[in-house]
Design a protein. Sequence first.
Length: 275
Amino acid sequence: MKTVLLFLMFLLSSSSCKKAEAEDMSISAMKLPSKEKASANDNYAALDAPQKTEDKNIEQKIIKTGNLRFETNDLEATYSQIQSAVKSHNAIIQNDTEGKNYESVFKNITVRVPSKNFDLFLKDISKGVAYFDNKEISSQDVTEEYIDIDARLKAKKVLEVRYLELLKKANKVTEMLEIEKQLSAIREEIEAKEGQLRYMQSQISMSTITIEFYKTVANEGGATISYGSKIWNAIKSGFNGISSFFIGLLTIWPFLIILATGFYFIRKRFKKKTK
């Protein structure tokens, strides 16, 4: 009988020890992951994400841009043609400026057009253009960069969830403060990466085209008027120069009187010596 009682007491003591060890393990689980470990987990998650998407059909992320410059015989007609193309292809005019220099009058327009309509829009605004002074079309593949940022963003969000779970289990104020500090840094990184993705997606979905078209001044008035204007400007400049000369003389009239008086006396004395 004693042997049975001793055996039961041994079983109870061993079970209580195992329970205590389990509690210690649950408490130790509350320790925050080190920054190095969290950063490593973040990097591993970011590296694993692209590998998971290799088997899927990945949509390419292309940023298209265009830069055109050409001469036209009618600024308003060309401008109306561009406006019609903007409406037809659901584009928007982001910037519209005009100006005039010595040789020409010009318009400079920046258009955002849906990437799927990029080629058709270029075709419509190029109608009637004999040749382009400048035509630059570029396509930048940012698929890898986009996937990398997206993967890192997902890893940061997973890490945020882990810290939120730890915050619920934290009992000490110091632990809470440390977790809140880490959460604040993680949320800042999440917002930054989300901003990067939004900007990239905007550039991907809406292409940017800069269009500059101009008309030379000589076409409006002819070469004769241009040379006549130059001659008239030269005459006016000469007249202004003479006027400035006389005005300058008036400002130094006292010195001129002194010089004239001195010259008079010197000449008079010279005449006396010759007699």
